[in-house]
Design a binder for this molecule. Structure first.
Ligand code: SAM
Length: 143
Protein backbone atom coordinates (compact mmCIF):
# COMPACT_ATOMS: atom_id res chain seq x y z
CA UNK A 1 0.00 0.00 0.00
CA UNK A 2 2.80 2.36 0.93
CA UNK A 3 4.57 1.77 -2.36
CA UNK A 4 1.49 2.73 -4.36
CA UNK A 5 1.05 5.98 -2.47
CA UNK A 6 -0.87 5.34 0.77
CA UNK A 7 1.57 6.79 3.30
CA UNK A 8 -0.60 7.84 6.19
CA UNK A 9 -0.87 4.39 7.78
CA UNK A 10 -0.99 3.44 11.45
CA UNK A 11 -0.03 -0.19 12.14
CA UNK A 12 -0.76 -1.96 15.40
CA UNK A 13 -0.04 -5.32 16.98
CA UNK A 14 0.03 -6.31 20.65
CA UNK A 15 3.40 -8.03 20.20
CA UNK A 16 6.39 -5.76 20.81
CA UNK A 17 8.52 -8.20 18.81
CA UNK A 18 6.24 -7.95 15.77
CA UNK A 19 6.17 -4.15 15.94
CA UNK A 20 9.94 -3.84 16.36
CA UNK A 21 10.61 -6.26 13.47
CA UNK A 22 8.14 -4.53 11.17
CA UNK A 23 9.44 -1.08 12.06
CA UNK A 24 12.93 -2.31 11.14
CA UNK A 25 11.80 -4.00 7.91
CA UNK A 26 9.96 -0.85 6.84
CA UNK A 27 12.50 1.70 8.01
CA UNK A 28 12.58 3.34 4.57
CA UNK A 29 8.81 3.95 4.77
CA UNK A 30 9.16 6.85 7.12
CA UNK A 31 5.60 8.17 7.20
CA UNK A 32 4.01 5.02 8.64
CA UNK A 33 3.66 4.60 12.38
CA UNK A 34 4.03 1.38 14.37
CA UNK A 35 2.30 1.09 17.74
CA UNK A 36 2.11 -1.71 20.28
CA UNK A 37 -1.61 -1.86 21.05
CA UNK A 38 -4.23 -4.45 21.89
CA UNK A 39 -7.00 -4.48 19.31
CA UNK A 40 -9.47 -4.99 22.16
CA UNK A 41 -8.46 -1.70 23.71
CA UNK A 42 -7.88 0.85 20.94
CA UNK A 43 -6.76 4.25 22.16
CA UNK A 44 -7.72 6.08 18.96
CA UNK A 45 -10.27 8.88 18.92
CA UNK A 46 -13.80 8.45 17.55
CA UNK A 47 -14.16 8.77 13.77
CA UNK A 48 -10.44 9.17 13.16
CA UNK A 49 -9.77 6.69 10.31
CA UNK A 50 -10.93 6.49 6.69
CA UNK A 51 -10.20 2.78 6.43
CA UNK A 52 -9.49 0.02 8.94
CA UNK A 53 -7.90 -3.19 7.66
CA UNK A 54 -7.70 -6.42 9.60
CA UNK A 55 -5.84 -9.36 8.08
CA UNK A 56 -5.86 -12.28 10.45
CA UNK A 57 -5.98 -10.48 13.80
CA UNK A 58 -9.64 -11.12 14.60
CA UNK A 59 -9.06 -14.63 13.22
CA UNK A 60 -6.39 -15.00 15.92
CA UNK A 61 -8.95 -14.00 18.58
CA UNK A 62 -11.29 -16.71 17.23
CA UNK A 63 -8.72 -19.49 17.56
CA UNK A 64 -10.29 -20.86 20.72
CA UNK A 65 -13.91 -20.38 19.64
CA UNK A 66 -14.56 -24.13 19.99
CA UNK A 67 -17.29 -25.48 17.73
CA UNK A 68 -17.39 -23.17 14.70
CA UNK A 69 -21.12 -23.80 14.32
CA UNK A 70 -21.73 -22.81 17.91
CA UNK A 71 -18.78 -20.69 19.08
CA UNK A 72 -18.15 -19.94 22.73
CA UNK A 73 -20.16 -16.90 23.79
CA UNK A 74 -17.10 -15.25 25.36
CA UNK A 75 -15.25 -15.44 22.03
CA UNK A 76 -18.26 -14.00 20.15
CA UNK A 77 -18.49 -11.14 22.69
CA UNK A 78 -14.74 -10.47 22.52
CA UNK A 79 -14.71 -10.24 18.71
CA UNK A 80 -17.92 -8.19 18.63
CA UNK A 81 -16.29 -5.68 20.98
CA UNK A 82 -13.41 -5.35 18.53
CA UNK A 83 -15.89 -4.70 15.71
CA UNK A 84 -17.66 -2.11 17.93
CA UNK A 85 -14.31 -0.39 18.32
CA UNK A 86 -13.81 -0.42 14.56
CA UNK A 87 -17.23 1.23 14.14
CA UNK A 88 -16.24 3.84 16.72
CA UNK A 89 -12.93 4.84 15.13
CA UNK A 90 -14.12 4.87 11.50
CA UNK A 91 -15.21 8.12 9.89
CA UNK A 92 -18.79 8.32 8.62
CA UNK A 93 -17.73 7.44 5.06
CA UNK A 94 -15.16 4.94 6.28
CA UNK A 95 -14.69 1.33 5.29
CA UNK A 96 -13.63 -1.76 7.16
CA UNK A 97 -11.74 -4.38 5.16
CA UNK A 98 -11.55 -7.70 6.95
CA UNK A 99 -9.30 -10.28 5.33
CA UNK A 100 -9.88 -13.71 6.79
CA UNK A 101 -9.05 -17.32 6.10
CA UNK A 102 -12.41 -18.28 7.62
CA UNK A 103 -15.47 -19.29 5.65
CA UNK A 104 -18.08 -16.55 5.06
CA UNK A 105 -20.93 -18.16 7.01
CA UNK A 106 -18.72 -18.51 10.08
CA UNK A 107 -17.45 -14.92 9.93
CA UNK A 108 -20.64 -13.08 8.97
CA UNK A 109 -22.11 -13.27 12.48
CA UNK A 110 -19.25 -11.26 13.93
CA UNK A 111 -19.61 -8.39 11.48
CA UNK A 112 -23.37 -7.96 11.30
CA UNK A 113 -24.51 -4.47 12.32
CA UNK A 114 -27.62 -2.47 11.46
CA UNK A 115 -25.48 0.54 10.47
CA UNK A 116 -23.59 -1.08 7.57
CA UNK A 117 -23.72 -3.51 4.72
CA UNK A 118 -21.28 -6.33 4.10
CA UNK A 119 -19.86 -7.35 0.73
CA UNK A 120 -17.78 -10.48 0.34
CA UNK A 121 -15.21 -11.35 -2.24
CA UNK A 122 -12.88 -14.33 -2.59
CA UNK A 123 -9.34 -13.09 -3.16
CA UNK A 124 -7.47 -14.54 -6.12
CA UNK A 125 -5.94 -17.80 -4.83
CA UNK A 126 -3.00 -17.36 -7.22
CA UNK A 127 -2.08 -14.10 -5.49
CA UNK A 128 -3.13 -14.82 -1.90
CA UNK A 129 -2.12 -18.00 -0.11
CA UNK A 130 -3.65 -19.47 1.97
CA UNK A 131 -7.07 -18.90 0.46
CA UNK A 132 -8.40 -15.59 1.80
CA UNK A 133 -11.81 -13.99 1.84
CA UNK A 134 -12.28 -10.21 1.84
CA UNK A 135 -15.28 -8.90 3.76
CA UNK A 136 -15.81 -5.26 2.91
CA UNK A 137 -18.02 -3.20 5.16
CA UNK A 138 -19.48 0.22 4.32
CA UNK A 139 -21.83 2.28 6.45
CA UNK A 140 -25.35 2.52 5.14
CA UNK A 141 -27.02 4.43 7.98
CA UNK A 142 -24.72 5.44 10.75
CA UNK A 143 -26.44 6.26 14.05
C1 SAM B 1 -2.35 -14.20 11.68
S1 SAM B 1 -1.26 -12.94 12.28
C2 SAM B 1 -1.55 -11.71 11.02
C3 SAM B 1 -0.47 -10.68 10.98
C4 SAM B 1 -0.57 -9.70 9.78
N1 SAM B 1 -1.82 -8.96 9.79
C5 SAM B 1 -0.37 -10.42 8.47
O1 SAM B 1 -1.31 -10.54 7.71
O2 SAM B 1 0.73 -10.89 8.24
C6 SAM B 1 -2.17 -12.34 13.67
C7 SAM B 1 -1.48 -11.20 14.41
O3 SAM B 1 -2.43 -10.72 15.36
C8 SAM B 1 -1.71 -10.30 16.50
N2 SAM B 1 -2.68 -10.26 17.60
C9 SAM B 1 -3.33 -11.31 18.17
N3 SAM B 1 -4.16 -10.88 19.13
C10 SAM B 1 -4.04 -9.51 19.15
C11 SAM B 1 -4.64 -8.49 19.93
N4 SAM B 1 -5.52 -8.77 20.89
N5 SAM B 1 -4.29 -7.21 19.68
C12 SAM B 1 -3.39 -6.89 18.72
N6 SAM B 1 -2.78 -7.84 17.95
C13 SAM B 1 -3.11 -9.12 18.17
C14 SAM B 1 -0.59 -11.33 16.64
O4 SAM B 1 0.48 -10.84 17.41
C15 SAM B 1 -0.22 -11.58 15.17
O5 SAM B 1 0.84 -10.73 14.76
Amino acid sequence: MYDVGYHHITNIDFSETVIENMRFRCKDKTEMSWIVMDVRDLIFQDESFDVVIDKGTMDALMCDEGDVWNPKSEVVEKVKKVVDEVVRILKVDGKFLYITFGQPHFRHRYLERSCWKIKMEKLDPDLFKPRYLLMQVEFSERQ
